[in-house]
Design a protein around this ligand. Structure first.
Ligand SMILES: Cc1ncc(C[n+]2csc(CCOP(=O)(O)OP(=O)(O)O)c2C)c(N)n1
Ligand SMILES: [Mg+2]
Length: 305
């Protein structure tokens, strides 16, 4: 049996460089997840808008290209692991799963309902696509390094990816994990920091400075890559660079915009949460829908070349 191919045989082809058509399709995917998210928040009125909107290019690259997973078996043991350490971005993550065909779109209607698999913070006891229950910030990297180490000790070619908020990395536990991952030379571990410059109700600037940020990771023994977290070409290149980096873990410091793609939310602390009224939803759609149509046309044109 080929241990690195999922039993269903349906794996994304991360090892080959993406063609222009594949890149165009990914851009469309990210925007399509964004629309799915805004529609879901608009319909049910709940969800962390800012923290989710900054992640969609990263999540599209992960779920439509980078992660080796079996769509038919969430618990396939040789799957790559993805830990959403910033667990409050749950609804965006569920929309990504829905767009990838891993959960039904109709299930999104149950978000945050009693008994639903889709809680306001991701819950691994309910939904098999969740590796770790999170929400209390600062814990995901420790568990991700354990997953990376455990899989390596079994001799499995498995990679672990952990997405953290930038504010979250103020937690001391993150740096204990960073130190430990470097000690074990975990080159199958990738931390992805959604560096959007904002946290709950404040900008990062009012907190003790974390700069020089990339140098801090390097000092802890990591390979650090700084990139634009909305540029899919840069994201795929960074994942490829991480795979080619041996003997140490890699961190992607992805510069993003909180609330990306909705002008009245972008960079606004009050849209960490916020209520998307029907009028605001309509306003957001007037921005997203034309962009989605243009990206769809571009993707079709690339595919036809
Ligand atoms: C240990 C802990 N402290 C505080 C909170 C409350 N909280 C939820 S989201 C958030 C802001 C997180 O900011 P950041 O990590 O930058 O993520 P972003 O929303 O910007 O993606 C805070 C403080 C929490 N969930 N866990
Ligand atoms: Mg942040």
């Amino acid at each position: 049996m080929n241990d690195t191919a999922p039993p269903s045989g349906r794996a994304p082809s991360r090892d080959a460089a993406a063609t222009p058509a594949e890149l165009a399709a990914l851009r469309w995917r990210a925007e399509s997840i964004r629309k799915c998210f805004l529609d879901t928040v608009g319909r049910y009125g709940r969800g962390h808008c800012g923290p989710c909107l900054s992640t969609f290019e990263l999540l599209a690259a992960l779920y439509f290209r980078e992660l080796r997973l079996d769509p038919d078996d969430a618990r396939w043991e040789r799957r790559d692991r993805f830990v959403l350490s910033k667990g409050h971005a749950a609804l965006g993550f569920y929309c990504t799963l829905a767009e990838r065909g891993l959960i039904p779109h109709t299930e999104l209607a149950t978000f945050e309902e009693l008994g639903s698999r889709l809680q306001g913070h991701v819950d691994s006891t309910r939904l098999p696509w969740v590796e770790l229950t999170t929400g209390s910030l600062g814990q995901g990297l420790s568990v991700s390094l354990g997953l990376a180490l455990g899989c390596r000790r079994r001799g499995w070619d498995v990679r672990a990816y952990c997405m953290l908020g930038d504010g979250e990395t103020q937690e001391g536990n993150v740096w204990e994990a960073a130190m430990c991952a470097a000690k074990f030379r975990l080159d199958n571990l990738v931390a992805i920091v959604d560096y959007n410059g904002l946290q709950g109700g404040v900008t990062l600037e009012v907190m003790p400075s974390m700069e020089p940020y990339a140098d801090k990771w390097r000092a802890f023994g990591w390979h650090a890559i700084e990139l634009d977290g909305h540029d899919l070409g840069a994201i795929l290149a960074a994942f490829a660079e991480a795979r080619a980096t041996l003997g140490r873990p890699t961190v992607l410091i992805a510069r993003t915009v909180k609330g990306k793609g909705v002008s009245f939310m972008e960079g606004q602390v009050e849209w960490h949460g916020g209520t998307l009224t029907p009028a605001l939803h309509e306003r957001a759609m007037r921005e997203v829908e034309p962009r989605l149509a243009a990206l769809g046309a571009a993707a079709r044109a690339e595919a036809a070349r």
